[in-house]
Design a protein around this ligand. Structure first.
Ligand code: ATP
Ligand code: MG
Length: 630
């Protein structure tokens, strides 16, 4: 592990020279004078005095070297379309979009809210916004009107860019009516709504004066060249709200220069991807992973980014691997949740296509359990790398970094801290460092590295209080996730700090119990929550999705299966972790970003109100929980 260790150590102890070197990976119109200004902790300003532009780095600078290389390939299994844009064509599209925005009076610092499905125009809109120094806020196209209205009121956009509709499993999902409803709920409605009409929803209504059709605006600006607005390195590039798994979403504000440098460095170092190669991230542009690794990271790197609209199982569960073969994808980025969807399908699809170009599959967003990791690694024959990070950081905190050194991986572990991150595990009450294999809160000693959030949009105080206020004596950034580190320095994420069960004085992470249950071969997915118990304080209760439902077809079979699952936990973890009940369901309640809504499940188990559920993916999953515990 020598190269990794040397790199990581120098990134912390000699941060200035380390990041100066990384900063040369992007183009600056004006060089920076100071690497990091940390004079007002915990606020960090990176590359002070430097001027650059995110869009310039993502597109313009490649025009000389790779104008005819595919920059963006969009495939939709929903509409059965494929569109390819070379760097030159992408530049033209973005210039036109930028000209349209300017014609609507949008300029530096204005907010542009993008509420779009996975279509190329969403990418054009993002790049056009940062091109003119405006600030985008992309809201996931699956959010309903109330969630959208809350984000409108926080970001106060001057313009919104929306599509008439998205499509999911062949079903049209109108977005414009939700936009109208959200605007009517909002206190700070935008002046204009620019509509990308995909002609999916024939019943779409428009409001003359406010609503404008992009197809009518664009021809007036075709061929126009809009100069990049050079902005200060710390100028906000975008606002992105966290998933809202644990409460009110926070508007994460990102800078320009630090973010560009962090992503530029991550492509070769973490994703081991060279310019000209194809990168396929299956996330959505509405999430941080989509921002960083569908749009900005691959483009800054001069890669070909593959953008996919559709489900991983349509037209069949081989679609992803077909795209890997077709576009010679070298690195892929997805989530454990998505892999678990595939796991319920016919495994033969994993080997149907030639995926030999694929070097690594990165998975992030949720704990990656060993059986899932094993299944996909062996099924496809690709090395799986667990990535741990947050909307707040914008790029990985913990990950193997094969571009630096191909360190051995350990299943269930996202390996080591990424260069730039000074990670510490701390006792949640005392703040003392914990020893090997001891559970601690994962913290980052500031300054946060380049690319991480600058503040919470419009609320510096909340930023300091929320993220840096856990310990009295030391101002460190808290992730609110539990982790352990083994004697070899490998980290293991144990779940969120509010996901700990206290059984008769023993503190158990919900994840430990979930992992134990997952060792049972009929379990596809499971959620464990701690439920109040008069005798033991709390007891674990499990909700499991089974692969073979015939095994739980009758009450008698259920009883047998439940005992079997409990026995698995006894064997894997010990009787202390044995769930009091195992309920079998067909789906688990999750947020739109695929994260388990443990707090809502727990509330139902304790006959409490499940709280704000605007971010839930499938309300019927919660009904199943309600019925199971009734
Ligand atoms: P909110 O902060 O609004 O409640 P959220 O935390 O779900 O929402 P995100 O920023 O999308 O919003 O998610 C980051 C969190 O996801 C991490 O803090 C961690 O709990 C979890 N996570 C991400 N990657 C991993 C991983 N590889 N292993 C385990 N957990 C992960
Ligand atoms: Mg969070």
């Amino acid at each position: 592990m020598t190269t990794y260790k040397i790199t990581h150590t120098s990134s912390i102890t000699a941060a200035s020279s380390f990041w100066t070197k990384q900063a040369s990976r992007i183009d600056w119109v004006r060089p920076f004078e100071q690497v990091c200004d940390f004079s007002k902790p915990p606020f960090a300003k990176w590359f002070v005095g430097g001027e650059t532009n995110l869009c310039y780095n993502a597109i313009d600078r490649h025009l000389a070297t790779r104008p005819n290389q595919a920059a963006l390939v969009w495939i939709s299994s929903e509409t059965e379309q494929t569109r390819t844009f070379t760097y030159r064509q992408l530049w033209e599209e973005v210039n036109c979009f930028a000209a349209v925005l300017k014609s609507l009076g949008i300029g530096k610092g204005d907010r542009v809210l993008i509420y779009m499905p996975m279509v190329p125009e969403a990418v054009f809109a993002m790049l056009a916004t940062v091109r003119i120094g405006a600030i985008h806020s992309v809201v996931f196209g699956g959010f309903a009107a109330a969630s959208l209205a809350a984000r409108i009121d926080d970001a106060k956009p001057r313009v919104m860019i929306v599509a008439d509709a998205g499509s999911r499993a062949g079903k049209i999902i109108p977005l414009k009516p939700l936009t109208d409803e959200a605007i009517s709920l909002a206190q700070h409605p935008p002046k204009h709504v620019v509509i990308i009409n995909r002609h999916l929803d024939a019943s779409m209504q428009t409001l003359p004066g406010r609503d404008m059709d992009y197809a009518a605006l664009a021809p007036r600006h075709e061929g126009e060249i809009v100069a990049c607005e050079w902005v200060d390195s710390s100028h906000p590039s975008y606002i992105l709200y966290t998933s809202g798994t644990t409460g009110k979403p926070k508007g994460v504000q990102r800078d320009t220069g630090g973010y560009a440098v962090a992503l530029a460095a991550s492509m070769p170092n973490i994703y081991a991807t060279q310019p000209g190669e194809a990168f396929f991230c299956t996330s959505d542009i509405g999430w941080v992973v989509g921002h960083s690794y569908i749009v900005y990271g691959p483009l800054i790197n001069g890669s070909t980014t593959i953008m996919y609209e559709g489900l991983p199982i349509r037209p069949d569960p081989g679609i992803w691997w077909k795209l890997v073969e077709q576009y010679k994808v070298v690195a892929m980025f997805s989530s454990p949740t998505a892999v678990r969807v595939l796991k319920k399908q016919d495994t033969s699809y994993l080997t149907k296509y030639d995926t030999s170009t694929l070097r690594y599959l990165y998975l992030a967003g949720e704990p990656l359990d060993q059986p899932t990791s094993d299944w996909i690694e062996n099924g496809v024959g690709v090395k799986v790398i667990d990535n741990y990070w947050q909307t707040e950081t914008g790029w990985p905190i913990l990950s193997a970094q094969p571009g630096i050194e191909d360190t051995p991986r350990k299943l269930g572990s996202p390996s080591f801290p990424v260069y730039g991150y000074n990670v510490k595990l701390k006792h949640d009450e005392t703040g003392a460092a914990v020893g090997p294999d001891e559970k601690g809160v994962l913290c980052i000693v500031p300054p946060l590295p380049p690319g991480c959030m600058s503040t919470i949009w419009g609320d510096d105080e909340r930023f300091v209080k929320t993220y840096f206020g856990m310990f009295k004596d030391e101002q460190v950034y808290t992730t609110f996730d539990w982790a352990t580190r083994d004697a070899d320095g490998y980290y293991y994420i144990m779940g969120r700090t509010d996901d700990v069960i206290n059984v008769a004085g023993h503190r158990l992470g919900t994840r430990e119990i979930e992992e134990a249950i997952q060792a049972h071969k009929n379990i596809a997915e499971v959620a464990v929550v701690g439920v109040a118990d008069a005798l033991k304080g709390q007891v674990p209760v499990a909700f499991a999705v089974v692969k073979d439902t015939s095994l739980v077809a009758t009450p008698a079979l259920i009883a047998v299966h439940e005992k079997e699952v409990m026995a698995t936990v006894d064997h894997e973890l010990g009787a202390i972790g044995r769930p009091a009940r195992v309920h079998f369901v067909t789906a688990l309640p999750k947020t739109r970003s695929g994260k388990l809504l443990r707090r809502a499940i727990q509330a139902l188990c304790e006959s409490r109100d499940p709280g704000d559920l605007t971010t839930i993916e499938d309300p019927s999953a919660l009904e199943q929980v309600r019925n199971a515990v009734a």
